[in-house]
Ligand binder design. Structure first.
Ligand code: KIV
Length: 276
């Protein structure tokens, strides 16, 4: 798709229904992102997510996903102790979680891990720019690569990841001119932007952001393509109202009994009541 200059549409999914929707409507790459921690599990940040929790969700997504390339984030702490640790944990994501590729955050400092994983046959997607797993040390979620030096460092990271065998990389919260230049400089690896302008090889957004189900902070780069939250609110309120005013269930939503059986039932319960 990079070669043909066809923009790649990547979207996150966290369970069977969201995976099925990605599958049915033509998403190219489904990502079980570690944003799962916040949007599904209610954690404050992605660093709380464990490998077992990630695998549990990957299994559900894998059951609903055939056509899109299925990628999973390696959770915080599962690839930092060294390449061998990363291999052990990535193999679990593939074997137990059913994913085809893994994504790891970082630049030159993770290339040995990328090399090791790709050598043993696990495709790796990198992730540069804003690295949510490092929010604590970065003092929050900030745009990256705004100075010439930082932009050059990002370029070096991207080239090093490609050289180590990464087939693609997420470029998050980076000025669009910088991500455009990185995209042009990479021969094979596709760039997937999020808050990185429209000149990357593809785009990714979080399911809950595009569907409008997430009620928390909305980043500048998020566009809402649906209002599922509004629909959910309308649905829940209408249900409660219908329960309260007894308009639900209607007769057509209820089961009938043959009239003679009903008459007999009424008669017998009346007799019983009289006796007691
Ligand atoms: O965790 C995630 O959902 C991600 C994407 C937003 C790139 O890493």
């Amino acid at each position: 798709m990079k070669r043909k200059r066809t923009p790649i549409a990547m979207l996150t999914a966290y369970d069977f229904p969201t995976a099925r929707a990605c599958e049915a409507h033509g998403v190219d790459v489904t990502l079980v992102g570690d944003s799962l921690a916040q949007v599904c599990l209610g954690y404050e940040s992605t660093t709380r997510l464990t490998l077992d929790e990630m695998i549990h969700h990957c299994r559900a997504v894998a059951r609903g996903s055939k056509a899109p390339l299925l990628v999973a984030d390696m959770p915080f702490g599962t690839y930092h102790a060294g390449p061998e640790d990363a291999v052990r944990n990535a193999v679990r994501l593939v074997q137990e979680g059913g994913v085809e590729a893994v994504k790891i955050e970082g630049g030159r400092e993770v290339v040995e891990t990328v090399r090791r994983l790709t050598t043993i046959g696990i495709p790796v997607m990198g992730h540069i720019g804003l690295l949510p797993q490092r929010h604590a040390i970065l003092s929050g979620y900030r745009v990256q690569g705004k100075s010439t030096e930082d932009a050059l460092a990002l370029m070096d990271d991207a080239l090093a990841l490609e050289d180590a065998g990464a087939f693609a990389m997420v470029v998050e919260a980076v000025p669009h001119a910088v991500s455009a230049r990185i995209t042009q400089s990479l021969q094979h690896a596709a760039t997937i932007g999020i808050g990185a302008g429209c000149e990357t090889d593809g785009q990714v957004l979080v399911w809950d952001d595009i569907m409008g189900t997430w009620g928390g902070h909305k980043a500048k780069f998020v566009r809402r393509f649906g209002d599922v939250r509004g629909e959910v609110e309308r649905g829940v309120k209408a249900y409660i109202q219908a329960v309260r005013d007894r308009s639900f269930p209607s007769t057509s939503e209820s089961y009938e009994m043959a009239e003679e059986e009903l008459d007999r039932f009424h008669q017998l319960t009346k007799d019983q009541a009289r006796r007691s």
